[in-house]
Design a protein around this ligand. Structure first.
Ligand code: ATP
Length: 363
């Protein structure tokens, strides 16, 4: 069992709080992604787990063992960091085999694991090369292969695919996920690429300014973001946000966007009541609006500014009040810039957001 438990971990650099009271449990064999913008503390947290930078306060345990103050080599982990530290004087084969030999793994097993890892990373033809004769992306793959070959119970990876070109990255994403499931490692994977996070993670912990804003399964984080930050960070295009006004009509709470009235579900009524007469933010994803080519009573008329045919969908840019909104339509939906379309906002797809705190209101 290699559950990783992080309890109230804080890490400061001088007065600057890089990791702010983070608590997180990664289950045995789980694939946890730490996602967030540059500088939000992902690497600092991962380094604390690895033992490369001790936490100032808090506790970290791996497999039930308190490792908070143990050096990295005693934590029984493998890691790949952005700066792929591979040995320049060793050929690729020996680089990948290094840890296994140190652990006295029998030679045939070393050979099997080196070749398997090299094959996965598409560097099986380079086992005889020195790192100086390789590109940055190839060297990065050596570092990943070396970590994978160890088959440790815990694998920590910091942007391991960042130096690969887009196509290889796409391929590696799926292969790495399959392999990690096979070797049953508990994995923490740092990335700022939300597509990578959504496609690979069992769960995603979204970080901002040293703290975890939300930690949940990819579909939950995508569909039910806890805040405007999470909704805006995850998804391409990001979630749309529209300024709206809460009002009451015959005792029923309504929300007006640009003169158009939305009727929130009955479950939302008590939560929206305190906002009566006040502004609120309406969040909705591009693909969750229904686009009509003709007027309808329950649809808002908008002018199309831009049409982007993306193959699997057409992405429309429209203006609603002061907000620029992206709307995804079926690729066969015919529309030109400067034409009008009508949008429906299915009530179950709308996220109601407190304007001051950015928090999503939930029943
Ligand atoms: P990136 O995606 O750019 O790698 P990150 O989320 O991994 O970003 P960290 O590298 O953890 O971010 O850095 C978090 C914050 O801590 C940043 O503002 C960074 O400038 C600061 N920081 C990191 N290491 C140090 C250090 N050794 N001394 C001072 N400040 C540091």
């Amino acid at each position: 069992m290699a559950e990783i438990k992080i309890e109230h971990v804080t890490k400061k650099f001088g007065d600057f709080v890089a990791v702010d009271d983070v608590s997180l449990t990664i289950e045995d064999q789980e694939f946890m992604v730490l996602l967030g913008p540059s500088g939000c503390g992902k690497t600092t947290l991962l380094r604390a787990i690895a033992g490369l930078g001790m936490a100032d306060t808090g506790r970290i345990s791996i497999g039930g063992r308190d490792v908070t103050y143990l050096p990295p080599r005693e934590r029984k982990i493998s890691m790949v960091f952005q700066s792929y530290a591979i040995f320049p004087h060793m050929k690729v084969y020996d680089n990948i085999a290094f840890g296994l030999k140190m652990n006295n793994v029998p030679k045939p097993e070393v050979d099997r694991r080196v070749r398997q890892a090299a094959e996965l990373l598409h560097i099986e033809g380079m086992l005889d090369r020195f790192p100086s004769k390789m590109s940055g992306g190839q060297r990065q793959r050596v570092a990943v292969a070396r970590a994978i070959a160890m088959q440790s119970a815990v694998l920590l990876m910091d942007e391991p695919l960042s130096n690969l070109d887009a196509l290889l990255r796409l391929e590696m994403r799926a292969e790495l996920k399959r392999l990690l499931a096979e070797i049953k490692a508990t994995t923490i994977y740092v990335t700022h690429d939300q597509i990578e996070a959504l496609s690979m993670g069992d769960r995603i912990a979204v970080m901002r300014e040293g703290a975890i804003q939300q930690c949940d399964h990819p579909t939950v984080v995508y569909d039910l973001p806890a805040s405007d930050f999470v909704g805006g960070f995850i998804g391409n295009p990001p979630m749309n946000f529209m300024d709206a006004q809460v009002q009451r009509h015959d005792g029923v709470v309504q929300v007006a966007i640009s003169g158009f009235t939305l009727e929130p579900h009955a479950t939302m009524q008590p939560l929206l009541k305190p906002y009566d007469g006040k502004p609120i933010v309406v969040g909705i994803r591009a693909e969750n609006m229904e686009t009509l080519g003709e007027p309808a009573d329950d649809a808002l008329k908008v002018r199309v500014l831009v049409v982007e045919p993306l193959g699997s969908q057409n992405l429309l840019t429209v203006k609603i009040g002061n907000n620029t909104v992206k709307v995804a339509t079926h690729p066969t939906f015919q529309v030109e810039p400067d034409q009008d379309v009508w949008l429906r906002f299915p009530a179950d797809k709308i996220r109601w957001i407190d304007r001051d705190s950015g928090k999503v209101l939930y029943p």
